[in-house]
Write a protein that binds this ligand. Structure first.
Ligand code: ZN
Length: 503
């Protein structure tokens, strides 16, 4: 593999100590997913492959996508330009008058773009799309950029990222792949080891500051350079996926990893450790509900005459192919929560004589939602999320709309489920509701440029009921002020409560 020449640090490229890179470097699969820890050399591989394929293969070129414009500036200056300059077999084809975000290479182009400006990636035709740090990108822009491959005969895709949440972005892509794991062969007993799978047991502390990477079978020391890639799902031929961990990386010792792990655990910062050091997705229990957790809130005694019993009825509707609806009613200390699906707006009218207030998302069918709101003026409100609306909900009776901060409202409704304040019936809809609740999770986005941090509830699968639940809570917000504080009597026996209600 001599042709790879020099790295961006000006060092002769070598696979010594990076034997795990041999196969990814040689891999010509058209759709590659690299779920990675930091510092394993995959970005350098992506640059080499982009530059060489511009020279030898692609007529249109490569679109290399990053989360932000700042990433583009840094990457162009510190990674791409040095590799071009250190390697005459590449630089002879590069026009040195090129700008930061565009390099003409022979008759082809390398475009470097961020996802924060909509114009950036939209109009660029390419043969290959490389997305670097997929999990931090504006995924809408990423999808738009993918469409730009449609005119190419190649349509190659390469995705690189530290994972963040399970089932999100790179982790989701990796799950759909053949899932290649690098297994270390024990020099003592011959056992193959996936050390991420046996972590933290794979780290054995023989004495103070003497830590080895150990075989799970014979517990003796493993050799990082003796491994092979094995696909967990070889039949998933359409996508090639690689998973990288620092446990077998050249420049990090088992002692350093153990220390880092203990520190992360003590400080409650396991997310970073799993994402960046082990290259694994991670979510803390407080940021994602489990299906079992939500299903445990079902109660056999959920009243059959839910619509008729005393109390104000609130309704939240999420528009999709169908209308997902969540009804809510206070019943002493708890919130009766009743999920149901209807196929169109006509079906809603039968409920409306019971409804005190309804919130429906204004999108995507604003016209239908608006007509519905006009038919039930004063009861139905269209929801618009507004990131500038903080700490309260803003009701506008004239325009029949309500505005609130998306993250804040999702936090509040998440909290009610997480604390077990709701009660569900035993129904098929409740099972789907639980799945939809599991399909959202809270993700932290950090803006390197400004240092600002923001949390966003992201979608990990179908999540209509979760949003309908949120709209129902918004409709109900005035009745929830006490329950959100968790100051009331939650311990009361439910059966007793329902019995009282029905009297
Ligand atoms: Zn062994």
């Amino acid at each position: 593999m001599e042709e790879f020449g020099f790295t961006e640090a000006g060092e002769k490229f070598s696979f010594v100590g990076r034997e795990y890179l041999l196969q990814p470097y040689a891999d010509e699969h058209p759709y590659q997913v690299h779920k990675k820890c930091t510092q394993v050399g995959i970005t350098t591989k992506a640059i080499f492959s982009a530059l060489f394929s511009c020279i030898n293969l692609y007529p249109k070129g490569v679109l290399y996508l990053f989360p932000t414009e700042k990433d583009v500036r840094d990457f162009s200056r510190t990674r791409v330009n040095p590799i071009i300059n250190y390697n005459p077999e590449i630089s002879q084809w590069v026009n040195d008058a090129d700008t930061m975000g565009l390099k003409q290479i022979k008759k082809s182009f390398l475009y470097l773009r961020g996802t924060k400006s909509r114009s950036g990636a939209k109009s660029i035709p390419a043969d290959k799309l490389i997305a670097d740090e997929l999990d931090e990108m504006d995924l809408f822009i990423y999808e738009m950029a993918r469409k730009r491959l449609s005119d190419s005969t190649f349509k190659h895709i390469e995705l690189l990222s530290n994972p963040s949440l399970p089932d999100f972005a790179i982790d989701k892509e990796f799950q759909a792949s053949d899932q290649q794991h690098y297994l270390l062969k024990c020099p003592h007993c011959g056992q193959y080891n996936d050390v991420n799978e046996t972590f933290p047991d794979c780290l054995v502390e023989r004495a103070k500051d003497d830590v080895i990477l150990a075989c799970f079978k014979c517990r003796k020391e493993l050799d990082k350079s003796n491994g092979k890639w094995v696909a967990k799902y070889p039949s998933n031929k359409d996508v090639r996926g690689y998973q990288y961990t620092q446990l077998w990386a050249k420049n990090v010792t088992p002692l350093e990893i153990l220390k880092e792990y203990r520190k992360a655990k003590a400080e409650g910062k396991l997310q970073n450790f799993y994402n960046l050091t082990l290259g694994l997705a991670y979510v803390s229990a407080k940021d994602r509900l489990t299906v079992e957790q939500v299903l445990s809130l079902r109660d056999e005694e959920f009243p059959e005459n839910f619509f008729q019993i005393d109390g104000n009825l609130y309704m939240g509707i999420d528009q999709g192919k169908d209308l997902h609806i969540v009804f809510k009613k206070r019943c002493k200390g708890k919130i009766l929560t009743y999920p149901v699906v209807e196929v169109d707006f006509k079906e809603l009218d039968k409920y409306m004589k019971y409804v005190t207030r309804c919130v429906i998302d204004a999108l995507p069918e604003t016209r239908n939602a608006k007509a519905f709101a006009e038919r039930f003026a004063g009861i139905v409100y269209l929801n618009y999320y507004n990131e500038h609306q903080k700490d309260s909900y803003k009701w506008d009776d004239e325009r029949m709309i309500v505005q609130e901060n998306r993250t804040e409202s999702m936090d509040a409704s998440h909290c009610l489920i997480n604390e077990g304040d709701i009660v569900l019936p035993f129904s098929d809809s409740a099972i789907e509701y639980a799945q939809h609740c599991h399909n959202t999770a809270k993700k932290l986005y950090e803006d390197e440029e400004t240092g600002s941090k923001r949390y966003v509830w992201v979608k990990l699968g179908p999540d209509h009921y979760r949003h309908a639940d949120n709209y129902a809570n918004i409709a109900m917000s005035e009745e929830l002020s006490d329950i959100n504080n968790h100051s009331e009597d939650i311990g009361e026996d439910l059966n007793e409560k329902f019995a009282k209600e029905e009297d």
